[in-house]
Design a protein around this ligand. Structure first.
Ligand SMILES: [Zn+2]
Length: 136
């Protein structure tokens, strides 16, 4: 297991929670999003990795200290890639949120998923989470 991949998996879990809590909003510039701090430190400006390769960009302490992508960059990417049809897809496949989430974290941890696949799964997860929140 690669430690870095495992850490990325953990960050994805945190990023999912950020998106699910509605803390991400667009700032009007393509690829850039405001992400409200979960620890009460105001909001950060996060840019996706496709906008600022290879690690994205964020003005949070974690990014400054350890580099990216931080959970805010990942949350921005999930938000950007979560289209309405992700919900329809999730409904169609009737995928259990917990099963999918656990599988994704494990897959990232053992390195069997690349980042693009992980991103696609994140979109699906977000759809599942919204469905669950809507009681469907
Ligand atoms: Zn950040």
């Amino acid at each position: 297991m690669k430690v870095k991949d495992f850490e990325l998996g953990i960050k994805y879990r945190k990023a999912m929670a950020i998106v699910a809590e509605g803390l991400v909003s667009p700032n009007g510039v393509t690829g850039q999003y405001y992400v409200i701090s979960q620890s009460g430190n105001g909001r950060y400006l996060a840019a996706t990795r496709s906008t600022f390769p290879p690690a994205g960009r964020c003005n949070c302490p974690d990014f400054k200290k350890r580099g990216g992508p931080c959970k805010h960059v990942l949350a921005a990417e999930i938000y950007e890639q979560a289209p309405a049809n992700a919900q329809a897809l999730a409904r169609h496949h009737n995928i259990s949120l917990d099963v999918l989430e656990n599988r994704l974290v494990v897959d990232l941890a053992i390195g069997v998923r690349d980042q693009n696949t992980a991103n696609a799964l994140m979109v699906l997860l977000d759809g599942c989470r919204r469905l669950k929140a809507a009681g469907q």
